[in-house]
Design a protein around this ligand. Sequence first.
Ligand code: ZN
Length: 437
Amino acid sequence: MLKIYNTLTNQIELFKSHQDKKVNMYVCGPTVYGDIHLGNARPVIFFDVVKRYLKYLNYDVHFVSNITDIDDKIIEKAKQLKMSEKALTDTYTKKFINMTLSLGSVIPDQLPKATEFISQMIQYIEELIEQGVAYQTPSGVYFRVNKVSDYGILSKQNIDELTEGVRIDLESDKEDPRDFSIWKNTEDGLNFNSPWGNGRPGWHTECAVMNHEIFGEEIDIHGGGTDLKFPHHENEIAQTIAHDHHHLATYWMHVGRLDVDQIKMSKSLGNITLVKDLLEAYDPYAFRLLMVNHHYRQPINYSEDLMIQFAKEYDKIKRTLKKAFLMLSLEKISLNETDEEIMKEFESIMDDDFNIPNVLTLIYDILKQINKEKDLKRLSVLYQSVKTILEILGIMPLFQVEDEVLVMYRDWEHARNAKNFQLADELRDELNKRGWI
Ligand SMILES: [Zn+2]
């Protein structure tokens, strides 16, 4: 039985979907104005594994991840580059999709763009105003935080103490410094008509409304990076409590941060490592292995040394599997059966809040057995088991053995039997060079 650490309750809870064998999942996606960095890649990889595992458990998963294509940073960048916001966000949306694929993740079932839901956002904001939980000022529309008794439920903050932490903006025309913007009146950059003047929606409102429009009810899992807990997710929840009387999702899952050489990645520090640069030097599956080998709730301290270490680890995994694949191909052994015990063990580890680092211990144990196994039937069962697991983690290498290699291997065997050592050595060297033995 799958158990998930729910950040809404700070407890490990038994996972129970709203509908039988169906999971609705939403993960906050990127603001598309630049290339994604290693920190952005972490949720892209982890929630892809979550989806794959839920599918393995026979759930029908509807996975939505939004694209924020309207934002102050987008407008700023579009001005700098002297291009339209749409041209900029289209470019980086495409790049994001390509990076997602390069990282070995499957594209979510839906990638809704904020600008496609503007009229629904306006209507939602009007409804919040009608209910008295939002109000209009000359600068836009704000959400009245003190109208929601559960405010602070996710970030575990007391609403009264929040006042001290909030920056008091003297220019602001908000009733209360804790209130957050749900519509910003502005004619700077891309803007839309609304009953309150031209402007654009607030980011927290975008996600709340897209969830409401796409799913229409409380979803099962809402995910994102831990840095989104406050204020973004807290404010998504506050609006949903006011508008729909639920917490948007039953299970909230947050992925830990990724630091580089023990320093938080940030533009101002100039220590951003881009995914595209990393993938020029390393196998994406080796990077994925590094990511999933850290528990998703723990921070990752990335370094080049760590990457090199995991590139070597992944090479070892690949080499063992490649040799086994050749042995099975030579005898035309079909792959269809997994080992029941191994798969049970795998499930019990994954069911424990996706404890993937322990799955990797299991994988190394199976690989050890594969290296020793002489019985081809047993080898195929071990191979198929580890293949099933690696496919769920999204790191199963794809092998194709050409007939030429099969012939070469047979010739090597014959040469050895015929004591033609010179030929045998030549063939062995060639097979070794190609990584097959
Ligand atoms: Zn969001």
